[in-house]
Design a protein around this ligand. Structure first.
Ligand code: SF4
Length: 324
């Protein structure tokens, strides 16, 4: 447990301003995320140094396809979330307070140092609600010349986001849908703050976006157009991952039709240069040059950079936004 950042104390209540829920929390209670608690007027982070998951993952699993392709990243998660997605694909972890073990900041750093990793990814559950732990670890990683990756739902207020961004080398941000209705009904969140996070983060660090497609919920042609057009207005080179949904947690609807994913990719490619499909075995997710269509990164067998030199396509010379 550690005193939280980003709150105000007003009488018997504290007001947490970490995320746009802006919870008003009375003494002895927690906010919507259930991991920030008012104890006698002081707000505490309950998941500080509490870890549910540790793994050395391929960077592509975050997913990040244009950030040190082919490398591995030490990944940690805690518990809790400020959303309540009906289809949460990680609900065992998100609600897994009982699974958590105590791991000090020093021990986590030591484990990362012993691994063959480019740095640390804060992932599995929503990392912005274990903000204090992310900030401390990220500072240590930076001091050691390592990378920090945030895999997030993007539901964070502007001030804490601006505070953490200088430490973050890459983000994968979920854009769950393009309707506030979906965010409110299915996730108990809001759309606009997420759009603001994507815009702000993309101006400061490397950002890739993931949309989990669920047939009939967020897959209309109009919605896919809107989503990819929004991203292209920030930068046509923002990488978009369409991920296949599988029934989990409270949602029993069958897995996303493969044709839906393929169609979504075709629509998004009208606006964006790099669109990939995830959670589908055997799909070609190689990177191709958006100008001459030659292969740049082969992801079919062993990952290999085959068509990029000094950040340019070796065939046509187009600048390719891949950090490696
Ligand atoms: S971080 Fe948690 S307590 Fe703070 S505003 Fe968001 S949901 Fe509420």
């Amino acid at each position: 447990m550690k005193e939280a950042k980003f709150y105000e104390n007003k009488g018997e209540y504290v007001f947490c301003v970490l995320c746009p829920h802006n919870c008003k929390i009375k003494n002895g209670s927690t906010g919507i995320c259930k991991v920030r608690k008012n104890i006698n007027g002081v707000l505490y982070s309950l998941n500080y140094e509490k870890i549910t998951s540790v793994a050395l993952d391929p960077i592509e699993k975050k997913p990040l396809f244009h950030f040190y392709p082919g490398t591995k990243i030490f990944s940690i998660g805690s518990f809790g979330c400020n959303f309540r997605c009906d289809y949460c694909q990680n609900y065992e972890i998100v609600y897994g307070e009982n699974l958590a073990i105590d791991l000090s900041i020093e021990k986590i750093i030591q484990l990362e140092e012993e691994s063959d990793s480019i740095g640390m990814a804060y992932t599995y559950n929503e990392p912005t609600i274990f903000y204090e732990m992310v900030e401390e670890l990220a500072k240590e990683m930076k001091n050691r010349g390592k990378k920090n990756v945030l895999v997030t739902n993007g539901f964070i207020n502007k001030e804490p986001l601006l505070n953490i961004l200088p430490l973050i080398d890459a983000m994968n941000i979920d854009l769950k849908a393009m309707t506030d209705d979906f965010y409110k009904k299915i996730c108990k969140g809001q759309l606009d703050p997420v759009l603001e996070t994507i815009k702000l983060a993309a101006s400061k660090t490397h950002v890739e976006v993931t949309t989990l497609l669920i047939d009939e919920y967020n897959t209309s042609e109009d919605e896919i157009e809107k989503l990819s057009y929004f991203l292209s207005n920030i930068d046509k080179n923002i990488v978009l991952h369409f991920s296949r949904y599988f029934p989990k947690h409270k949602m029993t609807k069958s897995a996303t039709n493969l044709n839906t994913l393929i169609r979504a990719k075709e629509i998004a490619q009208r606006h964006l240069n790099y669109v990939y499909i995830g959670n589908v075995f055997g799909f070609d997710n190689s990177t191709y040059c958006p100008n001459c269509h030659e292969k740049l990164i082969d992801r079919n067998f062993k990952l290999e950079i085959v068509g990029i030199e000094k950040n340019r396509c070796i065939h046509c010379g187009l600048e390719i936004p891949v950090i490696y």
